[in-house]
Structure formats: structure tokens, C-alpha cells
Design a protein around this ligand. Sequence first.
Ligand code: ZN
Ligand code: ZN
Length: 339
Amino acid sequence: MENKDYSILLYYCYASIEDTEAYREEHHLFCVEHNIRGRIIISPEGLNGTVSGLKEDCEKYMAYIHADPRFAKTEFKIDSHDKHAFAKIHVRVKPEIVHSSLRHIDPNTRTGKHLEPEEFKLLKDQEDVVILDVRSNYEHELGRFKNAITLDIDNFRDFPEKVKELEHLKNKKVLTYCTGGIKCEKASAFLLEQGFQDVYQLHGGIIKYGMEAGGEDFEGKCYVFDNRIAVDVNKVNPSVISTCHVCGTVCDRMVNCANPSCNEHLPICENCGWELEGACSVACKEHPEKRTYDGTGYYQKNTNGYNPYKGLFRRQDKEKVKHLIHGEKNPGVRTDHQS
Ligand SMILES: [Zn+2]
Ligand SMILES: [Zn+2]
């Protein structure tokens, strides 16, 4: 049997954080000490993270977050896995927990009505209901709800601009959804602000819907932001909706183009992947900086000088920190393909 000793956690919490830098340092230290890896964003408007770790370490991590009164209401989507889903830990301070053009919106003040997965399932096929996917092209091209309206956007910050094209839906029941629910908090609030009357959001997103409602009528796979790249959601009536970018065969295997200056997220089949060495075209295959393809099509993000250990040495336990840093360089850790 496959061992599933690791958990992958997906979560967010809209809550005011005043001491972002100090909190970043504290939060980061906790992750390093408990071998939690992944990407965490800390901002004055809250917390957002996808992390992986041993099951018992993830339990401690969730307890750590819940123990802080600001984040006591945080809900975690918990998945099992056989290894870490990230090579490193990044805890960054940013102006928003999801890059949007909606910084003025506070979902704690007003947002669309939350629907639990089972409620969403019952409502989605009713008359006068429209399902709106608020995610980007590379996400909804790989998988989406049956009959969902999708938007031609490459980034969530372009969402508000596209809402102008949805004027004709103002009097319908609009059900928004995204990967884990975080984007919908703002997207649904924005729709209300724009005069949409009846706006709902899928609480916990596609991921929670897959876990609690079997994923029924979600077509294709769900794009995720860790090295799994895509996950199965639908255990009831699964299908594949995407095709290989190179040869056109039905395919739901997502890769990032190995050419770092292209880096497109695309479905590329196993054969074409090896043929083009992980690139999306012959031109990208011949790019001088093309990364080495290992069959996964996943590459660590360029860290741009980000030092995950920044701030740690200010603590008393310098020896412990040295040990932790040294311990990171064990052979089991995947190396960064970028220089
Ligand atoms: Zn192909
Ligand atoms: Zn390319």
C-alpha cells in the first residue's frame, strides 16, 4: 500500500494583521522548526497558504494557527499525500493575500452567501442559476463545472474588468467558485458592489466540493499550486476536457513549459513531453535557458534573492537554526532547477 504519511493543507483567513513583518518572522520560524514547507502569504488583510508536512507536524501547524485569536476561524482543506508537495518554505509579506484589483473590499464586511458543497450541488442545476468560474484560463481549461461560465483572463486581477461582460446576469442567481474559496470572497463581494442581486459562493472551493460532495459534475481536473499541479476531484462522473497542446489527443497532464521565459501552464501528453523535453514548442525546446525536464514539468519558482532564513539568527537558538539550515541539504530534497 502507498504510504500517506504527509498532509497538504490549503487555507486562508481574512483577518486584520498589524504587525506583518514580526508575524512573518514568528510564523516562518514555526514552519522551519516543524518542517512545514510551502507558500504562505501574510498581509494586513490576512493569511493565505498551501503547505505540506508530516501529518503530525501539520496537526501542530493547524493548532498553532487556531491558537491565535485572529485566525481562530480558519478552515483547512486537508489532503493526504506520500511526500512533501513543496521543496521549500516561503513566507512572504504582500499587500494582499490574493493579487486582485479589489484591495478596498473586506469580505468580513460583505460578501456573497456561502454555500456548503452539498447546498451548491443542489442549487447549481436549478432554473435561473448561473455558475461563474472566477479563475484564470490555465485553470478552467483543465477543469471546470459543467455549464459554468468562464472568463478569458490570465490573472485574477483582470476579473473586475470582465464583470462588465456579465451585465445581463444581474438578476440571476450567481454561484461563484474557485480552487479553495479565497478568490470568491472578493469576487462575490465585487459582484454585489456592482449591483448583482443574488450572489453565492462555493465555500471551500472545488477542493472541499471534491471531498464532501464527491465532485459531481466537475469536468476535468483541478489545477493546484503545489508540485502535484493537478488533482482529481470528481469521483461520481469524471471526464477529461483538455487536449494535448502539441498533438491534440485527450490529455489532462499539466506541465509548465521548460523554457523559463515562456513557462506557460499547458496540458502536454507523456509522449510529447519527452519528445519536446518539456517544452511547448520546438522554439521553446531550443531556448538556451531551457530547464532540464524530469518528466513532471514542475519547476521551483525563482526565489529572486528571497532568503527563507532571514530573521532567524536574531533568535537565541542560533545553533538550532544552523542545524535546521544544514539539515535542509539532505539528499531527499529536490534541487532547484533554476540558477
Ligand atoms: Zn501530445
Ligand atoms: Zn513554451
